[in-house]
Structure formats: C-alpha cells, structure tokens
Design a protein around this ligand. Structure first.
Ligand code: GAL
Length: 414
C-alpha cells in the first residue's frame, strides 16, 4: 500500500514536470493521400496512438512519391529531418551513405525480423549489416485492372498477350469506350513502360536492362519493340490524360468510362475503398509475360535528437513489422504482407494470385525489382530512364531515337 501511494505521488510529480511523462512521438513523412492509401496509413496511426504514441502527420501528395522525396531533401538539408519517412529501395542506402539514418537493429533483432522476412526483402532493409528500414508490404507493379461489366458487355476476356490487349482496345475504342485509363505523369508512364518491358524482353532481358543497365539490351530490337508498344498504347488513352492523378484514372475504370488501367496493386486499394469487389466489379490479371515486379514500401528512421522521438521510432518500427498490422494494413492497401507468416485467408483472389506468382517467380528466377518504383536503381539512373520514357510517350519520337536517347541518358547518369 505504501508503495502504491508513493507510486501515485511520483506519478503526479511527473505529470507536473510535463516533458518527463511525454510518450513516444513521431513526425511521419509519407505520400499516402488517395482514398485507399489514406485508409491504410490510418491503420498505422491508430496502432501508434493505441500504444501511447503521438503522431504528427506530414503527408506530401503525389503518387509515386516524387514530391515527397523533394520535401524530404529540403527538410534534411535544413537540419530538421522528420522522425520517420516512407522510403524504399536503393534510396534507403543512398540516405544511409549521407549519414542521416538511425540504426533500428535493436528492434529488428528483438522482434526476430530475420526469421519472418524473405531474404530478398530483408536485403533492401539493411545498410552495411545494420537494419536501416522496416518493410510494410509487397506491392506488385505488373497488373492490369479492368471494369468487369465493360469487358462482358463487349465480349472481351482479360488479355494474356499484348496483341490481345491491342485487339481488345481497338474493339473498345470502336464502341466509344476509352480503352486505357492513364495519368500522364512521368512515374505513371514509367509504370506502364516497365510492365510492357517485362512482357516483351522477358525476365532476363528486364534484369539486363533495368538492373545491370546493359547497353546492348538498352538498344536492342526488343527495346525498340517495347517503345513500339508504348506508341500503340498512347493511341488508347483519352485526350485529357496529361497530368491526371493515378487514382482518378482508377476511378475512370470503376465508373465504366474506361476499360483498363495498367498500375500496381495500390489501385486495388482504391477499388476496395470505393466498395468494389474483385471478380465482380473489377478484374485483375498480371500484365502479359512471365515474372513479377515487386515494390516494397518501407519506412526509414532519420537520426533525430530527443528520447521521445527515439522511442517513437522504435515503437513505429516494431508496429510496422508486427503481424496484425501487416495483415490489416495490406488488406486495405492492395498489397500483400512482407512477413511470410501472415495467413492470407482474409485476402482476396488478386492477393492470392500475387502471393503464388511471387513464390513461383522467386523459384524461377523472375522475381524482379521495379525500376519505376525505385527498387532497382539509384535515383539518378532511374530518373534518366524515366525522362526518355516520358519524352517518347508525349511526342512523336521514333522507337529508334528513343533507344538511342536511352543509351546516352543512362551513360550520362553514371
Ligand atoms: C508507390 C508506392 C505505393 C503507392 C503508389 C502510388 O510508389 O509504393 O505504396 O502509394 O506509389 O502513390
């Protein structure tokens, strides 16, 4: 009893001194602002709050995160880094090399991350042997989404080759339907481009081009064929495509204005947030060709001062890889868990397809990092490729000129 009273008294003293009782804090920079994305990040905010954390939100709108990364650089340069940042792929190691990331190895080891994450994902989260990021999910990039009613009404099945896709698109166009919902932003052009490239170049060709930056592949006839198909796709988008956000393109498929969208499975998060059901309202299929382009979202912690902030970083890292969070978050986000031990019973058919294709492609050597979503290359090289892709898509540049420019741009970016 005596101890109890003493505890209460010292508790009061702490309340009076204010800061000493402050719990974990985190200012979190992310770009999850669309309907499905916001619903997903809310899951993390709620878990953080339920564990005593105080979350300061720093959303920077802009699909693909280009604007968020610009905002991040400005904050770090001004000596005021956010506590936690949505960051992925080689950008994690690039920031680590600048000496601004916090080491989260203690949490990773206490939580046994090495035992529950596939080696391919864990590799992206490590910096010189230490853990420097926490993975949230596995998004697949090479997907086609379709409006089920529109396809049925026009007697069209989900295409399994680019030739079939083109034939379906011509038929839809003749019927007055926009075949391809697309947003003309560089990262969306790159997203479509890499899906086409995987289909046409195959997994080995993709690896040579976008992981190894092999010059012969960059200027090959196969790459010309990729640009030819991009030119064909350009003919299937509506005139209002420039600048359109990706989620507005998804909405065009939802409401039947357009038939297809080529986009990663964050698009599924939009369909689900709007109450649409896979297999009934919308259909999913991998884009034509073998392989799997993965895009793993993750959070890195930046070196900051203050016990509350450090506690916030540790709590966030722990929650992010936590089993329940990985399930609930990914049910909303459209992705699948990064952890291997989360049951998929509550996940839909698209998620099951993703998980089985990921396992098969991992076995067969065709599990590949997405270049368009910053998983394969450093920023300068990825940016050089995307500049050419978007310049080609938005002009009448020939495929021959495009491959020539690709070779030059990549060489100059090294
Ligand atoms: C990706 C990101 C996804 C999704 C998408 C659109 O790069 O990995 O989580 O948010 O951008 O914003």
């Amino acid at each position: 009893m005596k101890f109890h009273v003493l505890g209460a008294v010292s508790g009061l003293a702490l309340v009076a001194s204010g800061a000493a009782l402050a719990g974990p804090e985190a200012e979190v920079l992310h770009w999850w602002t669309s309907g499905g994305e916001a619903k997903s990040v809310a899951v993390l905010q709620e878990e953080f709050a339920a564990n005593g954390g105080t979350w300061t939100d720093m959303p920077v709108a802009g699909g693909g995160g280009d604007a968020a990364m610009t905002a991040l650089r400005a904050r770090v340069l001004s000596g005021n880094a956010p506590t936690a940042v949505q960051l992925k792929g080689p950008a994690i190691q690039e920031w680590y090399e600048e000496g601004v990331l916090a080491d989260i190895s203690a949490v990773a080891e206490a939580e046994g991350w090495a035992d529950v994450l596939p080696a391919s994902i864990a590799g992206h989260m490590k910096c010189e042997g230490t853990w420097c990021a926490a993975p949230v999910n596995v998004h697949r990039v090479d997907w086609i989404w379709a409006n089920a009613d529109v396809l049925e009404a026009n007697g069209i099945a989900m295409p399994s080759s680019w030739a079939e896709f083109n034939a379906a698109a011509e038929k839809l166009q003749a019927a007055g339907i926009i075949p391809l919902a697309h947003g003309g932003q560089a990262w969306q052009d790159a997203t479509v481009f890499e899906a086409v490239a995987l289909g046409i170049l195959g997994a080995d060709g993709f690896h040579k081009a976008f992981v190894e930056l092999d010059e012969a592949t960059l200027k090959s006839d196969g790459m010309k064929a990729v640009f030819d198909q991009m030119r064909t796709l350009r003919g299937f988008v509506d005139p209002n495509f420039p600048g359109r956000d990706w989620n507005l393109a998804t909405a065009m498929v939802m409401n039947g204005e357009a038939a297809f969208q080529i986009m990663g499975d964050w698009a599924k998060g939009e369909f689900l947030a709007a109450g649409k059901a896979p297999g009934e309202d919308f259909l999913c299929a991998s884009t034509p060709g073998d392989g799997f382009l993965y895009n793993v979202d993750s959070f890195a912690m930046f070196a900051v001062d203050g016990a509350e902030k450090e506690a916030g970083q540790q709590l966030l890292a722990k929650l992010i890889v936590g089993k329940n969070f990985q399930k609930v978050f990914n049910l909303n986000k459209g992705s699948i868990p990064a952890r291997v031990d989360v049951a998929l019973d509550e996940f839909d058919s698209c998620a099951h397809l993703s998980a089985s294709d990921m396992a098969a492609s991992s076995e067969g050597g065709s599990l590949l990092p997405s270049y368009a979503h910053g998983m394969a290359l450093r920023g300068a090289q990825a940016g050089a490729i995307t500049d050419v892709v978007t310049a080609h898509f938005n002009s009448d540049m020939s495929s021959e000129d495009a491959v020539q420019q690709l070779v030059t741009a990549v060489a100059n970016s090294m």
